[in-house]
Write a protein that binds this ligand. Structure first.
Ligand code: XLS
Ligand code: CA
Ligand code: CA
Length: 437
């Protein structure tokens, strides 16, 4: 059966095309800096937002449905697999990401839930071999159910910790079975509302314990994918433990887990933490911890996690600038953890949304590649820091001079005049590159 009958495969038609169901900038086989666009941009569909989100928000329930839904939950899950693979094939999206609960319904017991997962995973596997589409990452939903009211691994209830571990074990097994390239941990309820009832020290120790066990289990089963932690500062809890990239890296180092994990950076989580997307990518890059990206954007006028499809070329250019400098994302990719708006009630909107996101990243890639090729900011930055190549600079960096020596230097030589940072000029050049790519 064909699920999206009115829609044919989305193709590249160039920037002059006025066909809304065509790519204007994403040209999968176009070569940029020695690699094709589709190699640079490992786009992934998020199973949850695209296939199990029906427009609900804090003020109202579903605003739309899928025409193949409304049957029994297992049949529903099966149909969803075929619809999802048809969607990805038509969109030319070669990867997907999933939570356990997105692909199969929860059963009455854990055993029944696991059986449901096995049944649907087998269908996914056969669709993967039919189409060549791959799994970017899997994860578990250890936040939605009421048992996680006090947290998952950070719960005061040790039986909830055990249940969380059991869920993760199964989700990791399935991710491995599907050849997943990564496994993600986002701690939806791993945080707190008030310190009046919270032992933060114990909770953080328990979170680390769970992550240690997961890393050990990965080795035990021979899972080759990368383990990723996804920072987010708030929502649903007031203070999430995995606040931002710097917090997560400090946490991993404290518990000796920095070799076992990398980070999955989400654009909207960066802005919720009052950082730019670029900042979070940069912090990971300079620490060798950049693993993967959740591609979306927030809304400057709304203070919450809006998960909008990315349409801001300025942001994607700067993001791709960091990603290219990182030498790509390794096993990671660009997962559209993005949802169409509540009022976008037509199934076609799913296509328009992904086209917009893919085109926006393609444009960003082109502009960023040109900036790198021309060494625009690199040359400027090298020149800006040139005093560190002087005798004094090299002595400081090598630890060959102490406070007394520096005092002597300052007394004898004073300070050379500073030069302009030229921010406005650089921003203007950046615009020029974005306009002209
Ligand atoms: C929620 C998170 C979530 C993770 C996967 O804000 O972005 O969707 O990516 O659990
Ligand atoms: Ca995410
Ligand atoms: Ca989000």
């Amino acid at each position: 059966m064909e699920y999206f009958k009115d829609i044919k495969k989305i193709n590249y038609e160039g920037s002059k095309s006025n066909n809304p169901l065509a790519f204007k900038f994403y040209n999968p086989d176009e070569v940029i800096l020695g690699k094709t666009m589709k190699e640079h941009l490992k786009f992934s569909m998020a199973y949850w937002h695209t296939f199990t989100y029906f427009g609900g928000d804090q003020f109202g329930g579903a605003s739309k449905s899928h025409h193949w839904d409304n049957q029994d939950p297992i049949k529903n899950a099966e149909n969803r697999v075929y619809a999802a693979f048809e969607f990805m094939e038509k969109m030319q999206i070669n990867y997907f990401c999933f939570h356990d609960v997105d692909i199969a319904p929860r059963g009455e017991t854990l055993e029944e839930t696991n059986k449901n997962l096995d049944r649907i995973a087998a269908i996914i596997k056969s669709e993967m071999s039919r189409t060549g589409i791959k799994c970017l990452w899997g994860t578990t939903n250890a936040f939605g159910d009421a048992k996680f009211v006090h947290g998952a691994s950070t719960s005061c209830n040790s039986t909830v910790f055990a249940y969380t571990a059991a869920q993760i074990k199964k989700a990791m097994d399935i991710t491995m079975e599907l050849g997943g390239e990564n496994y993600v941990f986002w701690g939806g309820r791993e945080g707190y509302e008030t310190l009046l009832n919270t032992d933060t020290e114990m909770e953080l120790d328990h979170l680390a314990m769970l992550l240690k066990m997961a890393a050990e289990y990965k080795k035990k089963i021979g899972f080759k994918g990368t383990l990723l932690i996804e920072p987010k500062p708030k929502e649903p809890t007031k203070h999430q433990y995995d606040f931002d990239a710097a917090t997560v890296m400090g946490f991993l180092r404290k518990y000796g887990l920095e070799k076992d994990y990398k980070l999955n950076i989400e654009a909207n989580h960066a802005t919720l933490a009052q950082h730019t997307f670029m900042h979070e990518l940069n912090m990971c890059r300079i620490n060798g911890m950049l693993g993967s990206v959740d591609a979306n954007m927030g809304d400057p006028l709304l203070g919450w996690d809006t998960d909008r499809f990315p349409t801001n070329v300025y942001d994607t250019t700067l993001a791709m600038y960091e990603i290219l400098q990182n030498g790509g994302l390794g096993t990671g990719g660009l997962n559209f953890d993005s949802k169409v708006r509540r009022a976008s009630i037509d199934e076609k909107d799913l296509f328009y949304a992904h086209i917009a996101g893919m085109d926006t990243f393609a444009w960003g890639l082109k502009a960023a590649a040109k900036l790198i090729e021309d060494g625009v900011f690199k040359d400027f930055i090298e020149n800006k820091y040139r005093s560190w190549k002087s005798e004094l600079g090299l002595k400081i960096e090598k630890g060959e001079i102490d406070f007394e020596g520096l005092e002597k230097y300052a007394l004898e030589n004073g300070v050379t005049p500073n030069e302009s940072g030229r921010q406005e000029m650089l921003e203007s050049i950046l615009n020029q590159y974005i306009y002209n790519c």
